[in-house]
Design a protein around this ligand. Structure first.
Ligand code: NAD
Length: 431
Protein backbone atom coordinates (compact mmCIF):
# COMPACT_ATOMS: atom_id res chain seq x y z
CA UNK A 1 0.00 0.00 0.00
CA UNK A 2 1.33 3.46 -0.86
CA UNK A 3 0.53 6.52 1.17
CA UNK A 4 0.12 9.72 -0.80
CA UNK A 5 1.10 13.07 0.63
CA UNK A 6 -2.44 14.11 1.43
CA UNK A 7 -3.08 10.92 3.43
CA UNK A 8 0.22 11.44 5.21
CA UNK A 9 -0.66 15.02 6.15
CA UNK A 10 -4.08 13.94 7.40
CA UNK A 11 -2.71 11.06 9.50
CA UNK A 12 0.17 13.16 10.82
CA UNK A 13 -2.36 15.79 11.89
CA UNK A 14 -4.51 13.08 13.50
CA UNK A 15 -1.48 11.71 15.34
CA UNK A 16 -0.55 15.17 16.55
CA UNK A 17 -4.15 15.67 17.71
CA UNK A 18 -4.06 12.29 19.41
CA UNK A 19 -1.17 13.47 21.59
CA UNK A 20 -3.48 16.01 23.19
CA UNK A 21 -6.29 13.49 23.31
CA UNK A 22 -6.95 11.08 26.11
CA UNK A 23 -4.24 8.75 27.09
CA UNK A 24 -5.25 5.44 25.49
CA UNK A 25 -8.25 6.60 23.45
CA UNK A 26 -9.18 5.49 19.92
CA UNK A 27 -10.03 1.89 20.75
CA UNK A 28 -6.59 1.04 22.07
CA UNK A 29 -7.67 0.22 25.60
CA UNK A 30 -5.80 0.55 28.88
CA UNK A 31 -3.51 -2.39 29.69
CA UNK A 32 -4.24 -4.26 32.95
CA UNK A 33 -0.83 -3.19 34.26
CA UNK A 34 -1.73 0.54 34.08
CA UNK A 35 -3.85 1.97 36.88
CA UNK A 36 -7.15 3.60 35.97
CA UNK A 37 -7.30 6.83 37.94
CA UNK A 38 -10.77 7.84 39.16
CA UNK A 39 -12.17 11.22 40.23
CA UNK A 40 -15.56 11.79 41.85
CA UNK A 41 -17.75 14.89 41.48
CA UNK A 42 -20.53 15.00 44.07
CA UNK A 43 -19.41 13.27 47.26
CA UNK A 44 -22.76 12.53 48.92
CA UNK A 45 -24.42 9.20 49.63
CA UNK A 46 -24.20 7.80 46.09
CA UNK A 47 -20.91 9.44 45.11
CA UNK A 48 -19.18 7.77 48.04
CA UNK A 49 -21.11 4.55 47.40
CA UNK A 50 -20.12 4.55 43.73
CA UNK A 51 -16.45 5.06 44.67
CA UNK A 52 -16.64 2.04 47.00
CA UNK A 53 -18.33 0.00 44.26
CA UNK A 54 -15.78 1.05 41.63
CA UNK A 55 -12.82 0.22 43.86
CA UNK A 56 -14.39 -3.12 44.81
CA UNK A 57 -15.19 -4.04 41.21
CA UNK A 58 -11.74 -4.00 39.61
CA UNK A 59 -8.07 -4.43 40.28
CA UNK A 60 -5.64 -1.61 39.61
CA UNK A 61 -8.10 1.27 39.94
CA UNK A 62 -7.32 4.18 42.24
CA UNK A 63 -9.28 7.15 43.56
CA UNK A 64 -7.15 10.25 43.02
CA UNK A 65 -9.46 13.30 43.01
CA UNK A 66 -12.65 14.49 44.71
CA UNK A 67 -14.92 17.51 44.21
CA UNK A 68 -18.07 18.78 45.90
CA UNK A 69 -19.96 22.04 46.03
CA UNK A 70 -19.90 22.07 49.83
CA UNK A 71 -16.73 21.72 51.97
CA UNK A 72 -18.53 19.82 54.75
CA UNK A 73 -19.75 17.16 52.29
CA UNK A 74 -16.26 16.73 50.88
CA UNK A 75 -14.77 16.48 54.38
CA UNK A 76 -17.26 13.88 55.52
CA UNK A 77 -16.67 11.78 52.38
CA UNK A 78 -12.91 11.92 52.94
CA UNK A 79 -13.37 10.93 56.58
CA UNK A 80 -15.50 7.94 55.48
CA UNK A 81 -12.86 6.85 52.98
CA UNK A 82 -10.07 7.22 55.52
CA UNK A 83 -11.99 5.06 58.00
CA UNK A 84 -12.65 2.46 55.31
CA UNK A 85 -8.96 2.47 54.41
CA UNK A 86 -8.02 1.64 58.01
CA UNK A 87 -10.47 -1.27 57.99
CA UNK A 88 -9.85 -2.68 54.49
CA UNK A 89 -6.31 -3.18 53.14
CA UNK A 90 -7.57 -3.46 49.53
CA UNK A 91 -9.34 -0.09 49.83
CA UNK A 92 -6.25 1.48 51.47
CA UNK A 93 -4.16 0.38 48.48
CA UNK A 94 -6.55 2.06 46.04
CA UNK A 95 -7.13 5.30 47.97
CA UNK A 96 -4.65 7.83 46.53
CA UNK A 97 -6.41 11.15 47.14
CA UNK A 98 -4.21 13.97 48.36
CA UNK A 99 -5.47 17.32 49.65
CA UNK A 100 -4.14 19.05 46.49
CA UNK A 101 -6.63 17.02 44.48
CA UNK A 102 -9.72 17.83 46.55
CA UNK A 103 -11.86 20.73 45.39
CA UNK A 104 -14.95 22.59 46.54
CA UNK A 105 -17.27 25.23 45.10
CA UNK A 106 -19.29 25.69 41.93
CA UNK A 107 -16.22 25.04 39.75
CA UNK A 108 -15.01 21.96 41.64
CA UNK A 109 -15.99 19.83 38.64
CA UNK A 110 -13.62 21.79 36.37
CA UNK A 111 -10.77 21.29 38.82
CA UNK A 112 -11.34 17.54 39.12
CA UNK A 113 -11.43 17.29 35.33
CA UNK A 114 -8.17 19.25 35.07
CA UNK A 115 -6.32 16.54 37.04
CA UNK A 116 -4.88 13.34 35.56
CA UNK A 117 -8.02 11.25 36.14
CA UNK A 118 -8.95 8.75 33.42
CA UNK A 119 -12.49 8.16 34.64
CA UNK A 120 -14.87 10.44 36.46
CA UNK A 121 -17.89 9.53 38.58
CA UNK A 122 -20.67 12.15 38.26
CA UNK A 123 -22.94 11.95 41.30
CA UNK A 124 -24.27 15.43 42.01
CA UNK A 125 -28.01 16.13 41.92
CA UNK A 126 -29.25 15.47 38.36
CA UNK A 127 -29.58 19.16 37.41
CA UNK A 128 -25.82 19.37 36.82
CA UNK A 129 -25.37 16.13 34.91
CA UNK A 130 -25.61 17.53 31.34
CA UNK A 131 -23.10 20.30 32.11
CA UNK A 132 -20.68 17.99 33.91
CA UNK A 133 -20.95 15.30 31.24
CA UNK A 134 -20.25 17.81 28.49
CA UNK A 135 -17.18 19.07 30.37
CA UNK A 136 -15.97 15.52 31.11
CA UNK A 137 -16.16 14.44 27.47
CA UNK A 138 -14.50 17.69 26.36
CA UNK A 139 -11.69 16.88 28.84
CA UNK A 140 -11.38 13.36 27.35
CA UNK A 141 -12.48 11.46 30.44
CA UNK A 142 -14.38 8.18 30.62
CA UNK A 143 -17.59 8.61 32.63
CA UNK A 144 -19.73 6.82 35.15
CA UNK A 145 -22.80 9.00 35.66
CA UNK A 146 -25.58 8.42 38.10
CA UNK A 147 -29.15 8.48 36.91
CA UNK A 148 -31.12 10.66 36.27
CA UNK A 149 -28.98 12.34 33.63
CA UNK A 150 -31.38 15.19 32.85
CA UNK A 151 -34.51 16.83 34.23
CA UNK A 152 -35.78 18.59 31.08
CA UNK A 153 -35.63 18.48 27.30
CA UNK A 154 -32.71 20.90 27.05
CA UNK A 155 -30.67 18.64 29.34
CA UNK A 156 -31.59 15.50 27.39
CA UNK A 157 -30.52 17.09 24.10
CA UNK A 158 -27.21 18.04 25.69
CA UNK A 159 -26.68 14.45 26.92
CA UNK A 160 -27.44 13.14 23.41
CA UNK A 161 -24.80 15.46 22.00
CA UNK A 162 -22.18 14.58 24.61
CA UNK A 163 -22.86 10.86 24.15
CA UNK A 164 -22.26 11.15 20.42
CA UNK A 165 -19.07 13.11 21.10
CA UNK A 166 -17.95 10.36 23.52
CA UNK A 167 -18.58 7.69 20.87
CA UNK A 168 -16.47 9.62 18.37
CA UNK A 169 -13.64 9.82 20.93
CA UNK A 170 -13.96 6.17 22.05
CA UNK A 171 -14.80 7.29 25.57
CA UNK A 172 -17.03 5.16 27.78
CA UNK A 173 -20.25 6.30 29.43
CA UNK A 174 -22.02 3.99 31.87
CA UNK A 175 -25.01 5.24 33.83
CA UNK A 176 -26.32 4.17 37.22
CA UNK A 177 -29.28 2.16 35.89
CA UNK A 178 -27.78 -0.88 37.58
CA UNK A 179 -30.54 -3.31 36.52
CA UNK A 180 -28.93 -3.23 33.04
CA UNK A 181 -25.83 -4.84 34.61
CA UNK A 182 -27.67 -7.36 36.80
CA UNK A 183 -27.13 -10.79 35.18
CA UNK A 184 -30.56 -11.95 36.38
CA UNK A 185 -32.40 -9.07 34.67
CA UNK A 186 -30.17 -9.48 31.61
CA UNK A 187 -31.01 -13.18 31.23
CA UNK A 188 -34.74 -12.79 31.96
CA UNK A 189 -35.19 -9.94 29.48
CA UNK A 190 -33.15 -11.80 26.87
CA UNK A 191 -35.61 -14.68 27.20
CA UNK A 192 -38.54 -12.25 26.83
CA UNK A 193 -36.89 -10.83 23.70
CA UNK A 194 -36.42 -14.41 22.45
CA UNK A 195 -40.20 -14.95 22.69
CA UNK A 196 -40.59 -16.73 26.05
CA UNK A 197 -43.91 -14.95 26.78
CA UNK A 198 -44.88 -14.15 23.19
CA UNK A 199 -45.46 -10.57 22.07
CA UNK A 200 -45.38 -8.14 24.98
CA UNK A 201 -48.83 -6.58 25.33
CA UNK A 202 -48.52 -4.61 28.56
CA UNK A 203 -46.40 -3.95 31.60
CA UNK A 204 -46.84 -2.46 35.05
CA UNK A 205 -43.97 -0.69 36.79
CA UNK A 206 -43.90 0.58 40.37
CA UNK A 207 -41.81 2.57 42.84
CA UNK A 208 -44.05 3.01 45.84
CA UNK A 209 -42.52 3.85 49.22
CA UNK A 210 -42.57 6.22 52.20
CA UNK A 211 -40.95 9.64 52.42
CA UNK A 212 -37.23 10.46 52.29
CA UNK A 213 -34.74 12.64 54.17
CA UNK A 214 -35.13 16.38 54.64
CA UNK A 215 -32.68 18.90 56.17
CA UNK A 216 -34.09 21.82 58.19
CA UNK A 217 -33.00 25.16 56.74
CA UNK A 218 -30.10 26.87 58.53
CA UNK A 219 -30.12 30.68 58.76
CA UNK A 220 -26.78 30.99 56.96
CA UNK A 221 -27.98 29.03 53.90
CA UNK A 222 -28.88 30.99 50.76
CA UNK A 223 -31.99 29.94 48.82
CA UNK A 224 -29.87 27.89 46.43
CA UNK A 225 -27.90 26.20 49.19
CA UNK A 226 -31.13 25.26 50.98
CA UNK A 227 -32.62 23.90 47.74
CA UNK A 228 -29.49 21.93 46.86
CA UNK A 229 -29.15 20.48 50.36
CA UNK A 230 -32.76 19.34 49.82
CA UNK A 231 -32.51 18.82 46.08
CA UNK A 232 -35.06 15.99 45.98
CA UNK A 233 -37.92 18.47 46.49
CA UNK A 234 -37.19 20.87 43.61
CA UNK A 235 -38.02 19.80 40.07
CA UNK A 236 -35.19 21.85 38.54
CA UNK A 237 -32.70 19.91 40.68
CA UNK A 238 -34.14 16.35 40.84
CA UNK A 239 -36.75 16.10 38.08
CA UNK A 240 -39.33 15.15 40.80
CA UNK A 241 -39.41 11.60 42.19
CA UNK A 242 -40.91 10.08 39.03
CA UNK A 243 -37.63 11.03 37.32
CA UNK A 244 -35.31 10.71 40.30
CA UNK A 245 -36.36 7.20 41.46
CA UNK A 246 -38.96 5.70 39.14
CA UNK A 247 -36.67 6.10 36.10
CA UNK A 248 -35.19 2.72 37.12
CA UNK A 249 -38.49 0.93 36.46
CA UNK A 250 -39.37 2.98 33.37
CA UNK A 251 -35.94 2.08 32.00
CA UNK A 252 -36.86 -1.61 32.41
CA UNK A 253 -40.11 -1.00 30.46
CA UNK A 254 -38.17 0.64 27.61
CA UNK A 255 -35.64 -2.22 27.70
CA UNK A 256 -38.33 -4.93 27.54
CA UNK A 257 -40.19 -3.13 24.74
CA UNK A 258 -36.99 -2.02 23.03
CA UNK A 259 -38.49 1.43 22.45
CA UNK A 260 -39.47 4.63 24.16
CA UNK A 261 -43.16 5.52 24.54
CA UNK A 262 -44.96 7.68 22.01
CA UNK A 263 -47.53 9.15 24.38
CA UNK A 264 -48.39 9.54 28.07
CA UNK A 265 -51.62 10.20 29.96
CA UNK A 266 -51.18 10.84 33.64
CA UNK A 267 -52.19 12.29 36.93
CA UNK A 268 -50.55 13.10 40.20
CA UNK A 269 -50.53 15.49 43.11
CA UNK A 270 -49.29 16.41 46.53
CA UNK A 271 -51.35 15.23 49.48
CA UNK A 272 -49.06 14.28 52.36
CA UNK A 273 -45.97 16.47 51.83
CA UNK A 274 -47.53 19.89 51.58
CA UNK A 275 -45.15 21.99 53.72
CA UNK A 276 -42.66 24.47 52.28
CA UNK A 277 -39.82 22.19 53.41
CA UNK A 278 -40.91 19.82 50.66
CA UNK A 279 -40.40 22.37 47.91
CA UNK A 280 -42.98 22.04 45.15
CA UNK A 281 -42.80 18.43 43.92
CA UNK A 282 -45.66 15.91 43.88
CA UNK A 283 -45.84 12.92 46.24
CA UNK A 284 -47.65 10.57 43.83
CA UNK A 285 -48.00 9.93 40.10
CA UNK A 286 -49.97 7.39 37.99
CA UNK A 287 -49.18 7.32 34.28
CA UNK A 288 -50.26 5.27 31.28
CA UNK A 289 -47.69 5.10 28.48
CA UNK A 290 -48.40 4.02 24.92
CA UNK A 291 -45.55 2.35 22.95
CA UNK A 292 -45.11 2.14 19.17
CA UNK A 293 -46.23 -1.53 19.15
CA UNK A 294 -49.51 -0.56 20.82
CA UNK A 295 -48.35 -2.02 24.16
CA UNK A 296 -49.43 -0.06 27.22
CA UNK A 297 -47.30 0.45 30.35
CA UNK A 298 -48.96 1.48 33.59
CA UNK A 299 -46.65 3.28 35.95
CA UNK A 300 -47.17 4.24 39.59
CA UNK A 301 -44.88 5.94 42.04
CA UNK A 302 -45.44 7.53 45.41
CA UNK A 303 -43.53 8.73 48.44
CA UNK A 304 -46.11 8.75 51.23
CA UNK A 305 -45.53 7.53 54.78
CA UNK A 306 -47.77 4.75 56.08
CA UNK A 307 -48.50 3.34 52.61
CA UNK A 308 -47.61 -0.03 51.06
CA UNK A 309 -44.12 -0.22 49.57
CA UNK A 310 -43.45 -2.05 46.32
CA UNK A 311 -40.67 -1.55 43.78
CA UNK A 312 -40.67 -3.73 40.69
CA UNK A 313 -41.99 -4.58 37.26
CA UNK A 314 -44.51 -7.00 35.72
CA UNK A 315 -44.63 -7.83 32.03
CA UNK A 316 -47.61 -9.41 30.29
CA UNK A 317 -47.14 -11.25 27.01
CA UNK A 318 -49.50 -13.08 24.64
CA UNK A 319 -48.27 -16.43 26.01
CA UNK A 320 -47.21 -15.70 29.58
CA UNK A 321 -45.85 -13.17 32.02
CA UNK A 322 -42.65 -12.22 33.82
CA UNK A 323 -41.36 -10.06 36.64
CA UNK A 324 -38.50 -9.04 34.25
CA UNK A 325 -36.02 -9.81 37.04
CA UNK A 326 -35.81 -13.58 37.53
CA UNK A 327 -39.07 -15.36 36.70
CA UNK A 328 -41.02 -16.28 33.60
CA UNK A 329 -44.37 -18.03 33.67
CA UNK A 330 -45.53 -19.40 30.33
CA UNK A 331 -46.32 -23.05 29.54
CA UNK A 332 -43.93 -23.83 32.37
CA UNK A 333 -42.26 -21.73 35.04
CA UNK A 334 -38.60 -20.69 34.71
CA UNK A 335 -36.71 -18.95 37.49
CA UNK A 336 -33.17 -17.66 37.48
CA UNK A 337 -31.07 -19.38 40.14
CA UNK A 338 -30.16 -17.03 43.00
CA UNK A 339 -26.77 -15.32 42.61
CA UNK A 340 -25.28 -15.18 46.08
CA UNK A 341 -23.15 -12.07 46.61
CA UNK A 342 -23.87 -10.54 43.19
CA UNK A 343 -24.22 -6.76 43.52
CA UNK A 344 -25.43 -4.89 40.42
CA UNK A 345 -23.92 -1.65 41.79
CA UNK A 346 -20.53 -3.35 41.60
CA UNK A 347 -21.24 -5.16 38.32
CA UNK A 348 -21.84 -1.87 36.49
CA UNK A 349 -18.35 -0.64 37.42
CA UNK A 350 -16.79 -4.00 36.52
CA UNK A 351 -18.41 -3.83 33.07
CA UNK A 352 -17.33 -0.20 32.62
CA UNK A 353 -13.68 -0.79 33.46
CA UNK A 354 -13.55 -4.02 31.43
CA UNK A 355 -14.86 -2.11 28.40
CA UNK A 356 -12.25 0.64 28.85
CA UNK A 357 -9.43 -1.87 29.20
CA UNK A 358 -10.60 -3.80 26.15
CA UNK A 359 -10.78 -0.63 24.03
CA UNK A 360 -14.48 -1.28 23.37
CA UNK A 361 -16.00 1.41 25.57
CA UNK A 362 -19.64 1.02 26.58
CA UNK A 363 -21.79 4.03 25.79
CA UNK A 364 -25.15 4.13 27.54
CA UNK A 365 -25.64 7.89 27.25
CA UNK A 366 -28.45 8.10 24.70
CA UNK A 367 -30.32 5.15 26.13
CA UNK A 368 -30.41 6.51 29.68
CA UNK A 369 -31.34 9.99 28.45
CA UNK A 370 -34.32 8.40 26.64
CA UNK A 371 -35.37 6.65 29.84
CA UNK A 372 -35.15 9.96 31.70
CA UNK A 373 -37.23 11.59 28.95
CA UNK A 374 -39.78 8.79 29.43
CA UNK A 375 -40.07 9.80 33.08
CA UNK A 376 -40.17 13.50 32.13
CA UNK A 377 -42.98 12.74 29.63
CA UNK A 378 -45.03 11.14 32.43
CA UNK A 379 -44.26 13.98 34.82
CA UNK A 380 -45.34 16.58 32.30
CA UNK A 381 -48.58 14.68 31.52
CA UNK A 382 -49.35 14.79 35.25
CA UNK A 383 -48.20 18.40 35.82
CA UNK A 384 -50.17 19.77 32.86
CA UNK A 385 -53.14 17.38 33.03
CA UNK A 386 -52.84 16.92 29.26
CA UNK A 387 -52.03 13.88 27.14
CA UNK A 388 -48.56 14.53 25.73
CA UNK A 389 -46.85 12.81 22.82
CA UNK A 390 -43.11 12.18 22.65
CA UNK A 391 -42.93 14.48 19.64
CA UNK A 392 -44.70 17.30 21.50
CA UNK A 393 -42.29 16.90 24.41
CA UNK A 394 -39.25 16.96 22.15
CA UNK A 395 -40.57 20.03 20.27
CA UNK A 396 -41.13 21.91 23.55
CA UNK A 397 -38.62 24.31 25.04
CA UNK A 398 -38.81 22.73 28.49
CA UNK A 399 -35.70 24.10 30.20
CA UNK A 400 -36.15 24.56 33.94
CA UNK A 401 -32.67 24.95 35.44
CA UNK A 402 -31.33 28.29 36.70
CA UNK A 403 -28.72 29.55 34.23
CA UNK A 404 -26.07 30.56 34.97
CA UNK A 405 -26.08 28.64 38.22
CA UNK A 406 -24.87 30.56 41.29
CA UNK A 407 -25.32 30.33 45.04
CA UNK A 408 -27.74 33.07 46.10
CA UNK A 409 -31.40 34.02 45.87
CA UNK A 410 -33.70 31.57 44.06
CA UNK A 411 -37.49 31.65 44.27
CA UNK A 412 -39.38 28.36 44.54
CA UNK A 413 -41.60 27.78 41.48
CA UNK A 414 -45.28 27.16 42.22
CA UNK A 415 -46.65 23.66 42.80
CA UNK A 416 -47.63 22.44 39.30
CA UNK A 417 -51.38 22.64 38.71
CA UNK A 418 -53.06 20.35 36.14
CA UNK A 419 -55.04 22.39 33.64
CA UNK A 420 -52.88 25.46 34.29
CA UNK A 421 -49.21 24.45 34.15
CA UNK A 422 -47.80 24.70 30.62
CA UNK A 423 -45.39 22.25 29.00
CA UNK A 424 -43.36 25.08 27.45
CA UNK A 425 -41.71 26.31 30.63
CA UNK A 426 -38.32 27.88 31.01
CA UNK A 427 -36.45 29.02 34.09
CA UNK A 428 -36.65 32.63 32.96
CA UNK A 429 -40.45 32.44 33.30
CA UNK A 430 -40.19 31.49 36.98
CA UNK A 431 -39.40 27.80 36.40
N1 NAD B 1 -28.44 4.23 41.09
C1 NAD B 1 -29.07 4.33 42.23
O1 NAD B 1 -29.74 3.39 42.67
C2 NAD B 1 -29.00 5.61 43.00
C3 NAD B 1 -29.23 5.60 44.39
C4 NAD B 1 -29.16 6.81 45.07
C5 NAD B 1 -28.90 8.00 44.40
N2 NAD B 1 -28.70 7.97 43.05
C6 NAD B 1 -28.44 9.21 42.30
O2 NAD B 1 -27.18 9.73 42.66
C7 NAD B 1 -27.18 11.15 42.60
C8 NAD B 1 -26.73 11.72 43.94
O3 NAD B 1 -27.63 11.30 44.94
P1 NAD B 1 -27.19 11.23 46.49
O4 NAD B 1 -28.20 10.39 47.16
O5 NAD B 1 -25.77 10.87 46.57
O6 NAD B 1 -27.39 12.75 46.93
P2 NAD B 1 -26.57 13.53 48.06
O7 NAD B 1 -27.33 14.77 48.36
O8 NAD B 1 -26.25 12.60 49.18
O9 NAD B 1 -25.21 13.91 47.32
C9 NAD B 1 -25.10 14.86 46.30
C10 NAD B 1 -23.76 15.57 46.49
O10 NAD B 1 -23.54 16.44 45.39
C11 NAD B 1 -23.02 17.68 45.89
N3 NAD B 1 -23.32 18.73 44.92
C12 NAD B 1 -24.49 19.39 44.71
N4 NAD B 1 -24.35 20.23 43.67
C13 NAD B 1 -23.08 20.12 43.23
C14 NAD B 1 -22.33 20.75 42.20
N5 NAD B 1 -22.90 21.66 41.39
N6 NAD B 1 -21.05 20.41 42.06
C15 NAD B 1 -20.44 19.51 42.86
N7 NAD B 1 -21.10 18.89 43.87
C16 NAD B 1 -22.41 19.17 44.03
C17 NAD B 1 -23.73 17.85 47.24
O11 NAD B 1 -23.06 18.75 48.08
C18 NAD B 1 -23.73 16.42 47.77
O12 NAD B 1 -22.57 16.12 48.51
C19 NAD B 1 -28.61 11.53 42.21
O13 NAD B 1 -28.72 11.72 40.84
C20 NAD B 1 -29.43 10.32 42.62
O14 NAD B 1 -30.61 10.18 41.88
C21 NAD B 1 -28.73 6.80 42.35
Amino acid sequence: MTIDRRDFVVSAAAAAGALSLPRRAFGIGIPDADPIRIGVIGCGGRGTGAVRDALTASENVTLVAMGDLFPDRLASARAQFEKLATETPDFAKKMKVTTEKTFTGVDAYKQVLATDVDLVILATPPAFRPLHLEAAIAANKHVFMEKPVCVDVAGALSVFKSSDAAAAKHLAIVSGTQRRHDPMYVETIKRIHDGAIGDVIAAQVYWNQGSLWNFARKPEWSDTEWQLRNWLYFTWASGDHIVEQHVHNLDVANWVLDAHPIKATGLGGRQTRTGAEYGHIFDHFAIEYEYPSGARVTSMCRQQDGTTSFVGERVLGAKGNSNARNRIQAESVWTHPPMQGMNPYVEEHRDLVASIRAGTPLNEGRRVAESCLTAILGREAAYTGKDITWDQLMASNLDIGPKPFALGPLAVPPVPMPGQTELNRTFSEGW
